[in-house]
Design a binder for this molecule. Structure first.
Ligand SMILES: O=C(O)CCC(=O)C(=O)O
Ligand SMILES: [Fe+2]
Length: 360
């Protein structure tokens, strides 16, 4: 049986309910690097049938990326402790780089809620050009070197996956996916560092990260902490929202809209959101968004012929629009044309809606 039809691995208690923890394939990075035919087949099937998989990096080729991830985690924890004025020194410089404070977008529980995370994004292009605009708490030479190393290794890992996908889909020459993700062409590729605050600190209407599919081609996501939920695609629309269990030595990789479009809608884009699994903890996650070159053309979920940059800008605007406007945008924008049936939560979520802490 293909994992897309597999029952959940197990259930966990969340919000007084039994919530599935979805099973998924684990792809071995070392084998993928060698274009092992079975592993290539596995990653292609994962993208065609589910739109996501674990990538096992706990091997000679991947461990340096795991180390980079540890280093970034330390750096971001230090950064997020800095005063807001220092973090927000340049604000959000462009949609794919800069700082976004808590509450900039819609939250996990939809209309009327705001997100519960702050985020710093560093542009791959700017790192490559040697002039990244990053706020002063992480401006020293060591920090920049570390960011360059991490972005470089995430870039390599995601390109290895792209290359395996091209091979597995029998793409040759200019048709190969890598050819629209060249390093020397401008793109909105970015490393995004996120800090989710406990609801007690943010207040009752600022929680989690709204349900969406990513704009990107591939997302390489790291977090040791629970909170990420996905809706596996199914025969009659996406199935129930369930958790992704953090897996040691592994990243969670998922397909975003751009690669779904580039595959002629053959690949699934992953519907996901972030909820407070443990509402008292601070949650940290790192996402590398590999995006197509700005002028790559594809047919989007609306049937329009658009550039990767246009898709990025329009969807980013939809992400950051007030929820009333978001409700008016086509649903295919936020979910990249993926369909779903049924509500995310059988009942409205109220358990994590404590009164905001009053300032003294
Ligand atoms: O924080 C996470 O685990 C996921 C974040 C996410 O979905 C995003 O930034 O697009
Ligand atoms: Fe996402």
């Amino acid at each position: 049986m293909a994992p897309a039809d597999d029952p959940p691995q197990y259930y966990v208690q969340w919000q007084d309910k039994e919530v599935p923890v979805w099973s998924m394939r684990t792809v071995d990075y070392g084998l993928l690097l060698s274009q092992d035919p079975q592993e290539v087949d596995k990653v292609v099937k994962a993208c065609l049938e589910e739109g996501y998989f674990y990538l096992d990096l706990d091997n000679i080729d991947g461990r340096r990326t795991l180390q980079d991830r540890e280093d970034v985690l330390n750096l971001m924890q230090r950064f997020f402790e800095a005063p807001l004025e220092a973090k927000n020194e340049y604000g959000l410089i462009d949609s794919h780089l800069g700082y976004e404070p808590v509450g900039s977008r819609t939250g996990a529980f939809g209309a009327g809620t705001k997100d519960g995370y702050e985020m710093l994004k560093v542009s791959r292009d700017e790192i490559q050009q040697g002039s990244p605009r990053v706020p002063s708490p992480i401006k020293n030479g060591g920090d920049l070197q570390l960011l360059e190393k991490a972005i470089g290794s995430c870039n390599t890992v995601t390109k290895v996956i792209l290359s395996a996908l091209s091979t597995g889909m029998n793409l040759t020459g200019a048709e190969r996916f890598e050819n629209s993700h060249r390093n020397d062409r401008p793109s909105t590729t970015t490393l995004s560092m996120m800090h989710y605050l406990p609801a007690e600190v943010t207040g009752q209407h600022k929680i989690g990260h709204q349900k969406h599919t990513d704009i990107s081609s591939l997302t390489l996501l790291f977090s040791d902490q629970w909170g990420l939920q996905i809706r596996p695609p199914g025969e009659c629309g996406a199935r129930e929202m369930g958790f992704v269990a953090p897996k040691k030595g592994c990243a969670f990789v998922h397909v975003g809209d751009s690669l779904r479009f580039a595959s002629g809608m053959k690949f699934q884009s992953c519907i996901h959101r972030v909820v407070p699994f443990d509402p008292t903890e601070h949650r940290y996650s790192i996402a590398y968004f590999l995006r197509a070159e700005d002028d790559t053309m594809f047919v989007d979920s609306e049937g329009r012929y658009v550039t990767a940059k246009d898709w990025h800008d329009q969807k980013f605007k939809a992400f950051t629009d007030p929820w009333q406007w978001q409700a008016m945008a086509p649903k295919s924008m936020i979910l990249g044309g993926m369909t779903e049936a049924g509500a995310d939560d059988p009942e409205p979520v109220t358990a994590y809606a404590p009164e905001p802490v009053k300032a003294h």
